[in-house]
Design a protein around this ligand. Structure first.
Ligand code: CS2
Length: 499
């Protein structure tokens, strides 16, 4: 790589005019938001909205202090610190063009594992109004079968014994909220930005469960004073590759060690319940609503479930990325029938959204050849994705005598994928899942007794007891293990209802 200067405050003025820069003076930033979990998604979503808001209004109270809690966040912290916490968002459009924007709203990045007290002080600072989170589903520490806070986690036991040096986010939030209450400050809002249904309610339930055990006296204040807005978040953000790093260098003339790539589309729908002040994100495209439920159900059951459909079937067929899979007409047809005949009939209408247009846009987003969204990322943690994105749709269809052919094929294909860790032509697949071993064992048993896979009730609830579903599932599992090509089964399953 040719030697170029590193992105930094000093170099901002060297950026070409084609690169969008912060429209505010970074020296005037205050830190109004502390964000835990500075991955690509936060940097391409909440941070971009916040940067746009501050650029448009000059209200610079909303700088973001990034926080990583664990040792494996150190690398990101170091990379960003070396470039004054600036980074580039590379927006890759479907027509092949791309634009670069330098985001300036990050003011600092603290590592909890180095100095937990510094993180707690930052959260308790009077300038902080929001503590936001992208900690992935696993970070919420609930037991997937019961939905209850998992007190058996050794880190929870550690945090209860060491409240000033916690390991998990709940310990930090509890300590910082206590400090605020004791010094007469209003609480911050706890804002989840994870792709989880009712993400605010989940955060509230988990935090209150922890605080009731850690500090019962604080629990009443938190329950009555702290807001946890629910939100639907959306922007496809594949993992950053060295190609992205090179592209950013060419476009900006500077080296960014950790840019983030994303599509142009973005959406954020938030319930307007905040503990105190918040950025007026509505000025830069955020939608505030009274109830986010229909938006999140639509997104999870159409976008995320379709990703799972493409990810699992595509992996068996030997595809590597989402755009590759949808370039195959068999996949596009299957996806259309899945969305139209299996998901839409059991989806409540969403005010202000034309579902036909929404689905068409999804197909275009998936087809973007510049977003190389890997099927490995899409299939990672499928055990929680299938349970929340797909199983509810199947169960409703079973109840209402609706269609579920493609869903059954996807579950059968996932069984094959879990058992073999290979595509149908034998190429190895990287399987990333907390339940990888359980899935593999159940998948292997299904080679002889197909229903074994469905007996994982933590994922499939009562589907193993639904004969209409199990019949189809068994047929597909047997066909796949007998070597029938997945694309032929997709064509069989994709005959739209009524034809
Ligand atoms: C994907 C999501 O891996 C997955 O589950 O469907 O990461 C998806 O890209 C985002 O939810 C888009 O907003």
């Amino acid at each position: 790589m040719q030697h170029t200067q590193m992105l930094s405050n000093q170099r901002l003025s060297d950026l070409p005019a084609s690169v969008i820069k912060p429209g505010y003076a970074r020296q005037s930033l205050k830190t109004g938001i502390v964000h835990v979990g500075v991955g690509g998604f936060h940097r391409a979503h909440q941070a971009v909205y916040t940067d746009a808001y501050m650029s448009a209004t000059g209200d610079t109270r909303w700088g973001v202090c990034g926080v990583g809690l664990r040792e494996n966040d150190r690398k990101m912290q170091q990379l960003l610190a070396e470039q004054d916490f600036l980074y580039t968002v590379l927006e890759r459009k479907a027509d092949g063009s791309a634009s670069a924007q330098v985001i300036g709203c990050m003011t600092d990045f603290l590592l909890g594992c180095d100095d937990p007290g510094a993180v707690i002080r930052k959260m308790a600072d009077p300038d902080t109004h929001i503590v936001s989170l992208t900690i992935t589903e696993g970070g919420y520490n609930f037991n997937p079968s019961t939905g209850e806070f998992d007190f058996n986690n050794p880190d929870v036991q550690h945090d209860l014994a060491n409240p000033d040096a916690p390991r998990l986010v709940f310990g930090y939030l509890a300590r910082a909220l206590k400090q605020r209450r004791d010094s007469g400050l209003p609480p911050f809002t706890v804002q989840s930005c994870d792709n989880i249904q009712h993400n605010g309610d989940v955060t509230r339930n988990m935090l209150l469960a922890y605080i009731r055990a850690a500090d019962p006296d604080l629990a009443t204040w938190v329950a009555s004073e702290v807001a946890f807005p629910n939100a639907m978040v959306d922007r496809i953000t594949p993992a950053t590759t060295s190609t992205d790093i090179h592209a950013v260098q060419t476009m900006t003339g500077l080296t960014d060690q950790w840019p983030v790539t994303c599509e142009s589309f973005h959406q954020w729908v938030i319930e307007d319940t905040f503990s105190s002040d918040r950025p007026q994100w509505e000025k830069c495209g955020v939608q505030f609503v009274a109830d986010v439920t229909p938006y999140e159900t639509m997104k999870i059951r159409l976008l995320n479930a379709s990703h799972t459909v493409l990810g699992v079937l595509g992996s068996l067929a030997g595809y590597r990325t989402i755009d590759e899979a949808v370039s195959d007409p068999v996949f596009t047809d299957t996806l259309r029938v899945f969305m139209d005949s299996e998901v839409t009939p059991v989806l409540a209408p969403v005010k202000g959204i034309d579902l036909g247009v929404y689905k068409q846009t999804l197909l275009q987003r998936f087809a973007n050849p510049n977003i190389k969204d890997s099927l490995t990322r899409i299939c990672s943690e499928s055990s929680s994705k299938v349970a929340t994105f797909l199983v509810p749709t199947i169960r409703e269809n079973v109840k209402q005598d609706g269609a579920f052919e493609i869903s059954a094929l996807v579950v059968a294909a996932w069984c094959y994928y879990s058992a073999t860790h290979t595509s149908q032509s034998g190429e190895a697949l990287e399987v990333i899942d907390a339940l990888k071993d359980q899935l593999q064992q159940a998948g292997r048993q299904s080679g002889q007794q197909p229903l074994a896979f469905l007996h994982q009730a933590d994922i499939f609830a009562d589907l193993a007891q639904q004969p209409d579903f199990t019949r189809l599932f068994e047929t597909f599992v047997s066909a796949l293990f007998a070597g029938e090509p997945v694309s032929r089964l997709m064509q069989q399953a994709s005959v739209p209802a009524g034809t």
